[in-house]
Design a protein around this ligand. Structure first.
Ligand SMILES: [Mg+2]
Length: 346
């Protein structure tokens, strides 16, 4: 029986430190997309322990976000809805160019257009009463079925038509993996807002937040943009790795978005800080320090499980690429959140 040797996914000097001790062969994989390394210390509040890189075609990725904003403005008519918040833009590049730095450009661009739209939809949905919002999310989820043609033409129907069009474009660009992306979008819409504000313990909240922060959407797009599609066995093998990554992603979002969410009414907050304050009877400042510790702990755990995943899959190239990509996605999420205008405008 031959033993496969791990082929590094990045030049050795660039490999994340948690991978450098694993076996490798002498020739490095040729990296088809070049990326630029970002110096994490350029953002003093950034605490991620993962590396950060930006996509070589970042301006193209930004065009995806701009296209989404333009289309959205054509749909919404009222003054308030037209005042769009900042979404994926950032001083070192677009969020998706930083979270999927090695993704195929056209795919990262389309994924950016879709999630930018989802973000604007989130803001729009925040103004709808809760019971009504659940109904709208369910309809939007249905519109992701490509054989389910939405009716025309009121505003909600136009939004549904938009998502229906996204599903068709995803499938056209690359069918393999697109279904998983669409399923992740549906799962997100299905669980959106449920259980908000009802958590007593940070541990329970963190598990729920994995889906709610959009981790599975990000993970499915991560695979799709890279052009890899994990088999169900591979997906099972890295399930714990994913969950740990999802915890890091959710809590990281809470740390940096607390700045803007702290003034929202409690029933509109998706954030770990008030839960930690209540559970451990801590001041806001101490709860934030506690949250930083939790993030580092979950990142560390993710790296440990990542090493174990690679050991178990006998140095599969595909899995090495996947584990690398996860680290870069988490590092990118942390770095972007620490300095993006969306959370750092004051
Ligand atoms: Mg948040």
């Amino acid at each position: 029986m031959s033993v496969k040797v791990l082929t590094p996914t990045l030049a050795h000097s660039e490999r994340p430190s948690w991978l450098t001790k694993l076996p490798r062969n002498s020739s490095s994989r040729s990296v088809t997309t070049t990326t630029t390394k970002i110096d994490i210390s350029s953002s003093p509040s950034c605490i991620t322990t993962f590396p950060v890189r930006v996509h070589a075609e970042e301006p193209q990725v930004t065009l995806g976000a701009l296209a989404a904003r333009k289309t959205w403005l054509n749909i919404v008519s009222s003054g308030k809805d037209r005042e769009l918040r900042s979404h994926s833009a950032g001083p070192s590049g677009n969020f998706f160019a930083i979270t999927w730095p090695y993704g195929k450009t056209e795919r990262v661009k389309l994924a950016t257009e879709i999630i930018e739209t989802l973000w604007m939809y989130d803001d729009f949905a925040e103004d709808i009463p809760y019971s009504k919002a659940v109904e709208v999310h369910a309809k939007l989820s249905d519109s992701l079925e490509t054989d389910n043609i939405p009716e025309q033409p009121d505003r909600k129907m136009l939004i549904m038509g938009l998502f229906h069009g996204f599903a068709e474009r995803l499938l056209r660009m690359d069918e393999e993996g697109a279904t998983r992306v669409i399923d992740a979008l549906k799962l997100y819409l299905k669980t959106y807002d449920s259980k908000k504000g009802s958590f007593q313990a940070i541990q329970e909240y963190t598990e729920f937040r994995i889906v709610n922060v959009g981790f599975w959407i990000m993970e499915a797009f991560m695979q799709w943009t890279l052009g890899i599609c994990l088999t169900s066995e591979e997906q099972k093998l890295c399930h714990e790795f994913c969950l740990s990554g999802g915890r890091s992603m959710g809590l990281t979002n809470d740390l940096y978005s607390w700045n803007v969410e702290r003034n929202d009414p409690a029933d509109r907050q998706w954030n770990a800080v008030p839960i930690i304050m209540r559970q451990y009877d801590l001041s806001e400042e101490d709860a934030v320090v506690y949250l930083k510790g939790l993030i580092v702990q979950h990142e560390q755990k993710t790296r440990e499980i990542g090493v174990e995943v690679l050991r178990q899959c006998n140095g599969s190239n595909k899995m090495a690429k996947y584990v690398d990509a996860m680290g870069l996605m988490l590092g990118g999420n942390g770095f972007w959140s620490s300095n993006c205008p969306r959370y750092n405008n004051n």
